[in-house]
Design a protein around this ligand. Structure first.
Ligand SMILES: [Zn+2]
Length: 362
């Protein structure tokens, strides 16, 4: 082989190598765009003829506070993430049926639903912030908030036929909720935790925690949902803080900070893949699966699996349904896109000797 020929081969090899580099890089960029939080629906509670809870002495209405905070939150998301579609269930002072609120989110295939409310109690000393997810883990105290928020339907036309005879005051009506699984319970709980951690940094600092309850406004949603109760309009100190419009910016900023954290986490599976830093050879007994949903009772109906051959792993009070058993995270990742066509919020879990590794976040 003469010198120029050798030189040509080296050049060709270099070209092939750089082509491969380019290709691999482009592939990684594509993967990165796989999982994105694209659409968020913000739901300011009440509106129009339904003022929500009120403080007559101070001339305060829940519907005004929720709208103000919601619009500020939406503006922050748009400003920081122009690629995220922000939709409101209402952006003016008008009444919207509870069912239509989630319909908007479902129709637009939203990735997240944030309902904003203000609390009220007969006991004027009750104060603080709480964040709710849809669930049937109910106690007497929980039910009061749910009844109050659900009673908004009484102001809607023809509510008995629209909600199949649902009566917000009747305990029997709530039985229907125990039949419904919240397939997004974990993601909802995770986001609710982030929101609660942020909100208690003030202006209203009393932490009433993350709770589960049967909320009509959340129950037909097909994405992770939360309902925030910013504070008590019936409490002197809380209502003073809720009335101050400057604080509305702070509430919005707090919820935005939680949104930002959630979004990063939501999209991180694909970021990890692009980095390649997380791929490691499997150790003995360690494997990966894709969790498609979890619930508090066994899923006896095969149709819930949507044709996937999933198996159940018991984790505390949850029955977690897992698809696949992969030696590496990359192996699971390769299947994730396909699984997400059926279960939009499926995520990868790590297992050790057939049980889930603790402290994993969705
Ligand atoms: Zn409300």
């Amino acid at each position: 082989m003469n010198a120029p020929a050798k030189y040509n081969i080296i050049l060709m090899l270099l070209a092939a190598f750089s082509l491969c580099l380019f290709h691999c890089k482009a592939g990684a960029a594509d993967e990165k765009s796989l999982i994105k939080l694209r659409t968020v629906v913000i739901d300011p509670g009440h509106g129009g003829s339904d003022p929500g809870c009120i403080n007559r002495a101070k001339g305060l209405k829940e519907k005004d506070i929720t709208l103000s905070v919601a619009l500020k939150l939406g503006a922050l998301i748009k400003q920081n993430y122009p690629e995220v579609k922000v939709l409101y269930t209402r952006s003016t002072d008008k009444a919207v049926d509870l069912r239509d609120r989630t319909d908007i989110a479902n129709r637009n295939k939203a990735d997240l639903f944030i309902s904003i409310h203000v609390n009220s109690a007969a006991d004027a000393s009750a104060k603080g912030v709480e964040t709710w997810v849809m669930g049937t883990n109910k106690t007497a105290a929980n039910m009061e908030v749910c009844k109050t928020e659900n009673s908004a339907i009484i102001l809607e036309n023809d509510y008995t036929s629209k909600y199949q005879g649902f009566d917000p005051e009747s305990p029997e009506s709530y039985i229907i909720f125990s039949l419904i699984q919240n397939t997004h319970l974990e993601q909802s709980l995770y986001f609710a935790g982030l929101v609660q951690n942020q909100l208690v940094q003030g202006p209203i600092v009393r932490n009433r925690g993350v709770k589960q309850g049967p909320f009509l406004v959340l129950w037909t949603a097909t994405m992770p949902t939360i309902l925030i109760e910013l504070g008590f309009i019936s409490n002197d100190n809380d209502s003073r803080l809720l009335a101050n419009r400057y604080n509305h910016n702070t509430f919005a900023k707090r919820i935005f900070a939680a949104f930002k954290e959630y979004k990063t986490k939501y999209e991180s599976e694909s970021i990890r893949l692009a980095d390649g830093t997380e791929s490691q050879a499997s150790r003995t007994g360690e494997s990966f699966g894709i969790q498609i949903f979890s619930r508090t009772s066994p899923a006896n109906n095969k149709r819930l699996m949507k044709g996937l051959d999933a198996y159940c792993i018991r984790d505390g009070k949850y029955y977690k349904y897992i698809y696949g058993n992969f030696d590496t995270r990359d192996g699971a990742m390769a299947e994730l896109e396909t699984v997400r066509k059926k279960f939009k919020d499926a995520f990868i879990v790590k297992m050790e000797n057939d049980s889930l590794v603790k402290n994993q976040t969705p």
